[in-house]
Every structure is written in structure tokens, then in C-alpha cells.
Design a protein around this ligand. Sequence first.
Ligand code: ADP
Ligand code: MG
Length: 335
Amino acid sequence: MFTPYLGIDLGTTNILVYLKGKGIVFDEPSVVAKNLKKNKVIAIGKEALDMVGRTPINIATSRPMQNGVISEYSTTKQMLLYLINKICGNSLFKPTLVVAVPSRITQVEKRAVRNCALESGVKEIYIIEEPWAAAVGSNIAINEPGGNMVVDIGGGTTDIAVISLNGIVISNSIRVGGNTFDELIKNYVKKAHNLLIGDPMAEQIKIQIGSAYNSDKDLSMEVKGRDLIEGNPKTITLKSSEIRDVLNDPLLKICQKIREILEQTPPDLCGDIIERGILLTGGSSQLRGLDKLIFEHANVPVHLAEDPLKCVALGCGKALNMLDKIKENYIQVTN
Ligand code: ADP
Ligand code: MG
């Protein structure tokens, strides 16, 4: 038996856990189901997501992370405990954790993550910043001098950061992400087609036919829902050109923010970014044509990470092999 080393991407939408020696062992939605009477977590991830909207009154489901920070402290603690037990079994040794958090969160919010982990029986915890983890997880040589820009488009937020020599030079974030897109699609279908659809259908539309760029092929899809007026089931056909118009506003906000950060970046680092390009990560970076749209607005080459949903967790996994280095140079050691 030995100390388990875990790297955790505590995302608002998905939680991923990397176990040293094994790789990613958990990759599920960040949803928790709790028995309210016993105040006990009974399921997390997919199992808990399946319970959403179908629970008896004594069971409640929630997403304890909002916009990259802990919004429900005790539930997050219970969730971590549940995860650690699930992954480490009955190991007598307490695990060491590397947790990635958004770069712009406050010291108080970082402390909440740290305390939460320590109270769930962790031996030590290292907190690293998400853009750094995403870059390391995408095999970018960030320990050389020179600027790199990482744009992570997740469920709740888009986080933009410039990294150089192992540190964050400048970063910012906006509350625009995949959930914004889903919500807009849902509202559009309701208004324009008098059709009520649920969140999973809106997400499916986005993934199947959603697109960010004008010259992309016009795809179409049959969408089933409930007629707003008649109340009976109805099927309509949606085109990607419609969805593109719907997503125009939030996408422009993302592009504007990227330009703003580029304008604030010291000129030498900006030169590096123009040469190396922007790294796009996070699930929503996979929206069709988004890389082309950002290229057009920022005038900088854009590369989609090889595994946009996993690169933060992979970076946390790599960080487990350089804890000394993290202790020495990197952003924050919390123990
Ligand atoms: P978080 O960091 O907030 O946990 P993730 O990086 O896991 O978020 O991304 C989740 C988001 O990615 C969701 O909004 C999901 O709908 C979106 N997503 C996943 N796959 C695709 C895809 N192929 N196209 C567009 N969006 C996608
Ligand atoms: Mg994320």
C-alpha cells in the first residue's frame, strides 16, 4: 500500500480525477444527489444526473460548483470524500491532491477549496491554476520564457490567461460558456417555433448542428418537443444557420474579451502569442467553427487542444510528478 496521488479538475460542469499510475479514472458531470434526512451523499456524477427532476422529496440533486468556485461548501466536502473513497477504496494512507482552480478566483475562494479538501481527510493539497494545468496537459513547453495564451471555454465561464515562465501574467474571465449557449437555444426554439424543449435537447442541438462561423456548412436536425400552444408533441427541423444567429452575441463577447487581454499583454509576450497562437481548451471550445471565428477577430493563429475536455485533468496528473517544482516556483502551496 502507498499514498494515492490524485489530480482533480473540479469543473462546474464536469469533474475529472487523475490517479497517478493509472490515468483518468473518473470523468463525470459535477452533480451530487443527497439524502436530506440523513444529510448524506448517495450518488455523484452520471448516476446523480439521472436523478435530476426525478427525485422523491427526501433526495435533492445539485451542482456544488458554480462559475468555477465552491458554492455549496458542505456538499463539495462530502462529494470529495465520496470521490476519494470511491477511487482509493479502503487505503490506509491519506491521498495527496493537486486541484486546478480558475486563475482569477480570490484567496478566500482558494482557501475554501483547500479547507474543504483537508476536512475530507486529505494529507496535503496543492492548488494550481487551470490555464497552467491546461497548457501542461496539452504538452505546451510553458517553462521556457515566452508567452502563451490559453482560452478555456467551459460550461459556465470563459477563462482567458497569458502564461509565461510557469506563471500567470494576466488573466480574466467572463460568465459566458456552454450553458449560455444552451439557454439561448432553448429560448429561441420556444419563441421562434413555439416549441418547449429541455436542457439536454438544447445541448444536443448545439453539439449536433451548432456553429460559430458563417461559411460553415448548413446542417439540419429534427427536434422533438412540446407545442407551446396545443400542448401536444411536435417535431420541427432546425438549421445551423438559425443557431449561428442565436449564438452570435455571446460568441462576440468571447472574441472581444480575447482582444482586450491581447491589448493589455506586454508587447514581447504578445509577439510570442502571435507566433505560437492561442490554445483553445474546455468542452465548449469544440463548438464548430469557433477557432475560425476567434482567428478572424484576434488575428492570431488558434489551436484547439487535442483533448479539450481532459487537458486540465491531464495537466493535474503531470503536476503530480513535479510537486517539488510546484512547491518551489509555482503559484501556490497550501500546506
Ligand atoms: P467545466 O470546466 O465548466 O466543467 P467543460 O470543459 O467540461 O466545463 O465543458 C462543458 C461544456 O462543454 C458543456 O456546456 C457542454 O455542452 C460543452 N460541450 C461538450 N462537447 C461539445 C461539443 N462537441 N460542441 C460544443 N460544446 C460542447
Ligand atoms: Mg473546466
